[in-house]
Design a protein around this ligand. Structure first.
Ligand SMILES: *Cc1c(COP(=O)(O)O)cnc(C)c1O
Length: 434
């Protein structure tokens, strides 16, 4: 995610019922001086918005929620109840989906690494298995030969160029994606030939997930178009789904000051192609989207208490009980939207001061926010960081302190979705030798 304003003049109005000093004090009693809050109704709203955008244009639409983005069990369960399939990229995530009650037939198993047991397990339970590399074919072949009486299905993740203005559109400037079966050099055809030689397997779908820099509508047009053409050319008779992966923009906070495509913009482009390509198909294939960030980013906030306000030369530094890992694990330089919840209200009217917010780790670069310009916080205030639902709780290292609690809010109901970790859990005696 790129240029975000350094600081926002217009702080956003808060509708969260917990954002008041007394409520936060109560939560602190129970959970300590830092914690996340998940907004369950916002999560359901995101789901419905994405679903409505696509389903109103193409009926056979499925959302596969990308577990790795945030696999808090209650969050996954909420999305499953709303109707989402589980999109997983490891056996760990697969087993979590089963544990929260997901039907294995509604699990999409992606990713570059699957063991023999993973593959056999997914085939046996009828999950949607998307092959990423040739090594998986050998396992599938052996399994199908051993179980000749049953019919199995797989999908293929494809690798082709996604470009913008003639240049690669991939994140970090990569020329080629490392994922999937290459269309250009014949690996796809070889895979199709090998699978065709196995009597009891059919190719039911094609998958294309690309992390592009711009997340542009244009990229999704290319992906959808390419998948449809290849599907019609090679697997018309067995085609059940076109899976265009994830990576779309969600609704960004106003403070990001960026014009990004809406769910309707993406849906309009993708569904127009689906409707055109499959106009004469009696049974139209499913369209699968695998949103991660766009589904969960705005459903989490992180609260950290101010422990000290210190001066170094003329620089003002606000120390909180939290670290950059909790709010921006990718350590980007842009400030998130945030709010200060002050213990004394008069303080809100103080002079604007330039300050940084730093964390409890021993890394020099542990800045949760840079160069904010507001009335200086005081010890005991809370700072709320917004938009921290994606790649935060799954992607921060067990560094220096235990993991904080996650509190879920659903309208009037408040419950603990994850307790604060304890010493005993952190240094689990079943794992470590003392
Ligand atoms: C990570 C991932 C997603 C989700 O991507 P977002 O950018 O979070 O929407 C979807 N599908 C696959 C295969 C992924 O690896």
């Amino acid at each position: 995610m790129k240029p975000v304003v350094r600081e926002n003049a217009e702080q956003q109005e808060n509708t969260n019922p917990l954002v008041n000093y007394q409520k936060l004090r109560q939560l602190e009693e129970k959970h300590g001086t830092s914690f996340y809050i998940m907004d369950a109704s916002k999560l359901r709203r995101n789901y419905r918005k994405i679903e409505r955008a696509f389903k109103s244009r193409y009926e056979n639409f499925i959302i596969g929620y990308s577990y790795k983005t945030n696999y808090l069990p209650v969050l996954c369960k909420e999305l499953s109840k709303a109707g989402a399939y589980a999109e997983v990229v490891s056996r760990l995530e697969y087993d979590l989906a089963v544990k929260i009650g997901e039907d294995p037939k509604r699990i999409i198993f992606n990713g570059p690494f699957k063991t023999q047991d993973d593959i056999e397990h997914a085939l046996y339970h009828g999950s949607l298995l998307n092959i990423d590399s040739l090594y998986e074919i050998d396992v599938i072949k052996q399994y199908c030969l051993k179980n000749k009486k049953k019919q199995y299905k797989v999908g293929l993740r494809l690798n082709f160029d996604v470009s913008e203005d003639g240049r690669s559109a991939l994140q970090e400037g990569y020329e080629k994606s490392r994922f999937g079966l290459c269309v250009q050099n014949g690996v796809l055809e070889r895979t199709l030939d090998e699978l065709a030689a196995i009597p009891n397997i059919e190719v039911a779908g094609l998958h294309g997930h690309f992390s592009t820099k711009s997340r542009s509508v244009h990229a999704y047009r290319q992906i959808t178009q390419k998948l449809c053409r290849i599907a019609k050319e090679h697997i018309t008779h067995t085609l059940e789904y076109i899976d265009i992966g994830g990576g779309i923009y969600g609704e960004l906070p106003a403070t990001f000051h960026r014009e990004t495509p809406s769910f309707d913009d993406y849906a309009e482009a993708v569904c127009a192609i689906m409707n055109r390509e499959f106009e004469f198909f009696e049974k139209k294939p499913n369209l699968i989207l695998e949103p991660g960030i766009s589904m969960v980013a705005n459903t989490f906030v992180f609260f950290a208490k101010v422990m000290d306000v210190k001066k170094v030369a003329d620089k003002k530094i606000v120390l909180v009980d939290g670290s950059i890992h909790h709010v921006k694990p990718t350590m980007h330089k842009n400030n998130l939207p945030m709010n200060i919840i002050r213990k004394s209200e008069q303080h809100e009217e103080g002079d604007e001061t330039l300050f940084d917010v730093v964390g409890y780790t021993c890394m020099e670069k542990d800045y949760l926010a840079d160069e904010l310009k507001r009335p200086l916080p005081e010890t005991g205030d809370y700072i709320m960081f917004e938009n921290v639902g994606a790649y935060s709780i799954v992607f921060h290292p067990p560094f220096i302190k235990e993991r904080p609690a996650i509190v879920a809010v659903d309208h009037e109901t408040i419950f603990t979705a994850r307790r604060k970790e304890t010493f005993k859990e952190f240094f689990n005696e079943d794992l470590y030798v003392f």
